[in-house]
Design a protein around this ligand. Structure first.
Ligand code: FES
Ligand SMILES: [Fe+2]
Length: 484
């Protein structure tokens, strides 16, 4: 137990335990306050969950074992606050791609939960994630969405920070701040930033496990999408961003396993031949930590080589970087989607001619950014390989925009149906006992079984007709919220 009590400026007491109260020396007090501020800002400062949320979350876990879930999860303000506090400050969260900040000084503005950060490559080439708030009076120090700079100068009183976050000066420093301890007044930075296959993640928890451990078996699937050669995958332009009147979890949950909705929500696209009428040739891979992958049988014939790309692109890949099983996977399967808990997803699909020739491969990273309990900001990064011909990349980019851009034909289908989450969560009638159904594939409900000798890590299912990935995503969500 550790509480501080202040009375005015002069008296400071620290309660170390129920019977131990002592005065703090001034220096000790300052250190103590700093440490407390660090803990509060980095590991969450909203205190413990109230009892009713704890009770609700334990009901969620019990419900999920029965394949049901309360609609309250899709709009409750207390749960939303707890998500920011306990998921977005504890998990590794995607913040950008290395191709967005290739040179020292390159920066872009990014979010972890609802907090805005500067993702920047400093003068030493290290990637930093800096809270975009001045430590003097909290003004944003960076107001451009992207750029290149060696320093950030706060517009309010002019404090200056290096692009590594260190305090670097202030106007009239000799008159105003002769004794300021510069080492203590840098921009607050994420304690952990790391990347895997070019994807940059940050974690605000000082005690985080390493990124590779957090991703776990998801690394195997990231390799077969992004690891076909050492470098060369890049995002095209800036991420598209738009507001959707839905809870962020609807997107994360959809991309972790919902192959079932395609025949209905996207029916008009199968009617005109853009997607197959039935997607039974797909499977789920359930991974640890709430991550999950959607896999389909390849739409491009094996004769085109062990990827979905045309020969002139495929010949630039270094497939010896993959293991035998990963290469075998590529000859038969494609990753069509995934979610990395909490809020990063992927969509990937190959466009083919009638004889199976690849015309485009669209690869988009998608992030479901929370914006209050009833809104999300959707971010979409179309990606291409540098080694592909410009014309092929243009077609791939156009396909990304056409399908999952702000006006994309798939996008509109999905974002219309996800609007139901906030409205049912708001409904007092729905709260009186309504449960959402997550039972597909449970207990003989379908032919959803494990493939006994799946070539990759994780548990792979025989069909899309199940919701194990979604149940596990929600299980992970409820455990993350309930964790102390
Ligand atoms: S708020 Fe930044 S210098 Fe004052
Ligand atoms: Fe969809």
């Amino acid at each position: 137990m550790d509480h501080r009590v202040s009375v005015g400026d002069d008296v400071a007491l620290k309660i170390d335990g129920p019977l131990s109260i002592r005065h703090l020396r001034e220096s000790e007090r300052e250190e103590d306050l700093m440490a407390s501020a660090d803990r509060q800002a980095i590991t969450g400062g909203y205190g413990s969950l109230n009892g009713s949320l704890h009770t609700f979350l334990s009901e969620v876990r019990t419900d999920l074992e029965q394949g049901v879930l309360s609609p309250r999860v899709l709009n409750d303000p207390d749960l939303h606050r707890a998500e920011l506090d306990r998921i977005f400050t504890k998990c590794w969260v995607f913040v950008g791609h290395v191709s967005e900040i290739p040179s020292p000084g390159d920066y872009v503005l990014r979010y972890v939960g609802e907090d805005q950060f500067i993702l920047v490559r400093d003068e030493q080439g290290e990637i930093q994630l800096l809270l975009n708030n001045c430590v003097h009076r909290a003004s944003p120090v960076c107001r451009a969405e992207k750029g290149n700079t060696s320093h950030f100068r706060c517009p309010y009183h002019g404090w200056i920070y290096k692009n590594s976050g260190e305090w670097n000066g202030a106007p009239y420093r000799a008159k105003a701040y002769r004794k300021l301890d510069a080492d203590r007044w840098g921009l607050r930075k994420a304690p952990h930033v790391d990347s895997y296959q070019g994807l940059i993640f940050a974690c605000l928890d000082p005690d985080a496990v390493p990124l590779r451990e957090y991703l776990g078996d998801m690394c195997w699937y990231l390799d077969v999408v992004f690891g076909l050669k050492e470098q060369g995958m890049r995002v095209v332009g800036e991420p598209h961003r738009w507001i959707v009147p839905s809870n962020w979890k609807s997107g994360a949950e959809n991309f972790v396993g919902d192959g079932y909705h395609v025949q209905s929500a996207h029916r008009s696209l199968s009617d005109i031949g853009l997607v197959p009428t039935e997607r039974s040739a797909g499977l789920h891979v359930s991974l640890n930590n709430g991550h999950g992958v959607l896999v389909i049988e390849r739409t491009v014939p094996e004769s085109f080589g062990a990827t979905d790309f045309p020969p002139e692109v495929a010949s630039t890949f270094e497939l010896d970087r993959l293991d035998d099983n990963q290469r075998a996977f590529l000859t038969r399967h494609s990753v069509v989607g995934f979610t990395i808990f909490p809020n990063l997803s992927l969509f990937r699909a190959a466009g083919v001619t009638e004889d199976g020739r690849p015309t485009a491969v669209q690869i988009s990273l998608r992030q479901w950014q929370p914006r209050g309990p009833e809104q999300m900001e959707l971010w979409n990064w179309p990606m291409v390989w540098d080694s592909a011909p410009e014309e092929f990349n243009r077609a791939s980019y156009d396909a990304s925009v056409f399908s999952f851009g702000p006006s994309g034909v798939f996008e509109q289908d999905d974002t219309v149906v996800w609007r139901g989450g906030p409205t049912v969560g708001r409904s007092v009638f729905a709260r009186k006992g309504m449960k959402l159904n997550f039972q597909m594939g449970m207990d003989g409900m379908s032919d959803y079984e494990d493939i006994p000798d799946w070539m990759g890590p994780g548990e792979a299912s025989t069909t899309f007709f199940g919701e194990r990935n979604q149940r596990r995503w929600w299980q992970r969500w409820s455990e993350a919220l309930a964790a102390s």
